[in-house]
Write a protein that binds this ligand. Structure first.
Ligand SMILES: Nc1ncnc2c1ncn2[C@@H]1O[C@H](COP(=O)(O)OP(=O)(O)OP(=O)(O)O)[C@@H](O)[C@H]1O
Ligand SMILES: [Mg+2]
Length: 343
C-alpha cells in the first residue's frame, strides 16, 4: 500500500508491505517548487502530476511495486469534529450528520465529501461519531492527478487522521490528552486527541520555511545559508547571534501554537487538558525545539514522535530504509499507508 502526501513544498510517498504487520519497503521524496500547490490546493495539475512521477522515479531502497494508494486531504481544506448523537441506526446517523455539518460549513452539502465513523468507547444511550468533510473541488483534482500517474486511490484520508495513525499506538482507546504538532515547511498542523478520539484539529500557516526566511532577513543571510545555519546551530545554544535569533523566532512560532490550542481546549470543557506533546514534521528536527516547547508548555512532557512505532522492522530501527530524523518528514505518508491495516 502506498501513502501519498502532496504538500505545498514536497511530495512524499511511502510503500508498506501488505502484511498484517507491515514493513516500510520504500520511500520517495521530491521537492515541489512554490506555486504548484497552495494551501493544499493544486494550482497546476499537469506540473504536479509530473512531479509525482519524478518522486516515484527516485524511491529508495527499492522502486515501489504497488499501484494502490491512500492520499491525504490537508487540514486547512477539511473539517473534522466529534459529534454526540442519540443511539440510532446508521441510516439515521447519516442524516443527523448531514444536518449537523450543515450548521458548521459555509457551503452546500453537495459540494463536499462527507464521512463519519463511530468513536470507540461509546457510552450507552449516546453515540459519538467522528465526522470528516472535505470540499469536492479540492479533492477531485487530486484524484485526477493521481489517476493520471497510474495510481489507484482507494481512500482519501484527512491529514490529522494520518498523523494519529502513525504517531499513536494502534490501540488508542486509552490515550488521553495528547497534542500532536506537525511543523512542516509552510504549515503547522495540530491535532488534539483525548479519551480515545480526535477532539479538534487546527492549523497555522507558518512553518520551518518561515523560520528560514526570518533568519535570513534578520542576519542578512542568503536563504540557503540561513536554512543551513538553522539546521546546524538550531535554537538551543546561547552565545551565538544565530542561535539567539533562532531561539527568538522559534519561541514566537511555538507561542502561536500555544495560542491556537488554548481556546479550543477550554471549550471542550471536560477534556483532560494536555498531558503530552508529540512533535513531527521536518522542523521537529530543529535542535533546541523541545526546550522551547517546554518553556511554552511548562511541566508537560514534550518529545519528537516516532512515526515508525506501528511498523515492523526486521531487526531494529537501523534496518529501516530511513532514519528517525528523516522519518519525521514522512509522518503523514506513513499514516496514510497504514490505513489499509485498519479495515
Ligand atoms: N535539521 C533540521 N532543523 C531544522 N529544520 C529542519 C531540519 N530538517 C528539515 N527542516 C525543515 O523542515 C521543513 C520541511 O518539513 P516537512 O518535510 O515536514 O515539510 P512539508 O511536509 O513539505 O511541508 P508542509 O507540511 O508545510 O506543506 C523545512 O522548513 C526544513 O527547513
Ligand atoms: Mg507536511
Amino acid at each position: 500500500m502506498l501513502g501519498v502526501d502532496v504538500s505545498d513544498r514536497s511530495i512524499k510517498i511511502v510503500e508498506l508491505s501488505d502484511d498484517d504487520n507491515p514493513m516500510l519497503r520504500s520511500v520517495c521524496w521530491s521537492p515541489l517548487s512554490p506555486n504548484l500547490m497552495r494551501r493544499g490546493v493544486i494550482q497546476d495539475p499537469p506540473a504536479v502530476a509530473a512531479e509525482i512521477q519524478a518522486a516515484l522515479s527516485k524511491c529508495t531502497p527499492v522502486p515501489v511495486r504497488g499501484k494502490t494508494a491512500v492520499a491525504s486531504i490537508p487540514e486547512t481544506q477539511s473539517f473534522i469534529r466529534p459529534l454526540q448523537l442519540p443511539e440510532m441506526s446508521s441510516r439515521e446517523t447519516d442524516e443527523a450528520v448531514k444536518w449537523a455539518v450543515r450548521q458548521h460549513i459555509p457551503f452546500d452539502l453537495d459540494r463536499v465529501y462527507l464521512d463519519w465513523q463511530a468513536i470507540s468507547g461509546e457510552q450507552a444511550q449516546r453515540r459519538e461519531v467522528l465526522v470528516g468533510a472535505a470540499r469536492r473541488d479540492v479533492v477531485d483534482p487530486m484524484l485526477d492527478v493521481l489517476d493520471a500517474v497510474g495510481l489507484r486511490v482507494i481512500a482519501l484520508e484527512l491529514e490529522a487522521q494520518a498523523m494519529v495513525r502513525s504517531l499513536l499506538p494502534a490501540d488508542v482507546a486509552g490515550v488521553t490528552g495528547v497534542l500532536l504538532v506537525d511543523i512542516g515547511a509552510t504549515t503547522t498542523t495540530i491535532v488534539y486527541f483525548d479519551a480515545g478520539a480526535m477532539r479538534f484539529t487546527t492549523s497555522i500557516q507558518r512553518g520551518g520555511d518561515d523560520l528560514t526566511m526570518q533568519l535570513s532577513k534578520e542576519l542578512s543571510l542568503r536563504p540557503t545559508v540561513a536554512a543551513e545555519q538553522k539546521a546546524l546551530v538550531g535554537a538551543d545554544s546561547v552565545g551565538s547571534p544565530t542561535a539567539a535569533a533562532m531561539a527568538d523566532l522559534t519561541r514566537d512560532l511555538v507561542q502561536a501554537i500555544a495560542t491556537a490550542v488554548q481556546d479550543p481546549i477550554v471549550r471542550l470543557g471536560k477534556a483532560s487538558g494536555i498531558r503530552a506533546i508529540l512533535l513531527s514534521g521536518g522542523t521537529a528536527n530543529l535542535p533546541g525545539i523541545v526546550s522551547i516547547f517546554n518553556e511554552a508548555f511548562p511541566s508537560i512532557p514534550v518529545q519528537v514522535g516516532n512515526p515508525l512505532i506501528n511498523l515492523a522492522s526486521p531487526g531494529q530501527e537501523k534496518d529501516m530504509p530511513l532514519s528517525l530524523a528523516d522519518a519525521t518528514h514522512f509522518t503523514t505518508a506513513i499514516g496514510l499507508a497504514l490505513r489499509a491495516r485498519a479495515y
